[in-house]
Design a protein around this ligand. Sequence first.
Ligand code: UN1
Length: 495
Amino acid sequence: MADVETHLNHIGGKWVESSSGRTYTIANPARRGQVLGEFQTSRGEDAHAAVEAAVEALSGWTATPAPQRAEILYRALEIMRRRAEEIARTITLEEGKPLPDARGEVKRAMNITEYAAGEGRRLFGYTTPSEIPETVAYTTRRPLGVVGIITPWNFPIAIPAWKMAPALICGNTLVFKPASSTPLSAVKLMKVFEDAGLPPGVLNMITGPGGVIGDALVSHPKVDGISFTGSTEIGSGIYTQGARTLKKVQAEMGGKNAVIVLEDADMDKTLAGIVQGAFGSTGQRCTATSRAIVDASVYDSFMDELIRRTDALKVGDGMDESVTVGPLSSQDQFDTVMGYIGIGAEEGARLAYGGHAVTGPGYDEGYYVQPTIFTDVAPDMRIAQEEIFGPVLTVFKARDLEEAIELANNVKFGLSSSIYTRDLTRAFRYADQVEAGIVHVNAPTLGGEVHLPFGGLKASGAGAREQGTEALNFFSEVVTVYIDYAGARTQAKFI
Ligand code: UN1
């Protein structure tokens, strides 16, 4: 432990210790013995200090013209580009995802930074004719104010960036609370923005336990908004708690995403999409494919090929470039996923592939689980209904599109979805009827582009979408301005 580096919180432009005087360590999920760093165990008081720093910085940052704010984001983009490989390696070490996925994640953080910086020269309001003569009516944006950014461990760079970059361009000041298990990526991201020249207090970061810090932020009267990504359980709590102090809250939550496979689908493309969607990132993605709903007429051949392709995946340490499925991210994740595999078997589903921890030389030090497939799953089983957040796919048979859509919609979640077919009529019908915020045709349930909205229906999302112009709307308050330039005249009347 002697050479383990101690990392600090970042408040008001300074790297500082937590008021608790306590720290905690994190380790590589692929090699538990490898300690990656020591981090501040912050508490409510640290959150309050960070909020005060953000309040103090707000007027200066708000008064900075948006194109100047953009210049700092462009500098951050350049720094990320230079440090991309180092940041990607940090993600893999800390979260476990294979390096190519980690590189993709860094690229997505760069994309949103570039997109948000470009918005600095737009941030449009609109003008429209007034109903009153010689009157101008227009809308303009103001920042929301001080915003709490609460993020999960599975995209420790991209998700914070998706929130920070649009929030910063809109003129907000931030308190960033990263997941307690991925603080090293957070420190690296914080340093990017610090080195880009963000004024002190505009972005503050505190590490430590989610419950106590989250609570301190969400209940703080000077915090105007919260942008959260994580579980539906915690997100709905934050949404409710935020409402009490009239905060604007954006909660991006769980999924139980289904892919429908029709009999006319391009099977090669379909299987590639499902295997990637279910087992890529070890299924630790809110957009992961956790259900495949397959037309009965192609079910048997689909299953044979699905198992063949799943068997070809390589589980291992994400630092090995040939690995396609990394470890689960923590002991908790490992226990949860193994628990669900047990539940599936108890519920009477048929284990068609996997179902065990991967052990043996090279594996014993990490949280490795085989990609796992259940068939004969009844729609009301827990493995069919609950988010597992691991490499577990449930497969269903359907007679036709109608039954497939009914099955797809028969969960509380509504994040992402996909259909594979060459039939336009059925594809569009599906797009009209599927209960999901993101709909794909002939593509995996994963991913999204930063200039388009991202988020879910039902228990998957509350408040405004992330990314795209929706994000700018969330991070702004819209003000409507009426100017009567008629000079002396009777007071104009609004109806
Ligand atoms: C993606 O599929 O690339 O927590 C994005 C998550 C989501 C982001 C997923 N908020 O996994």
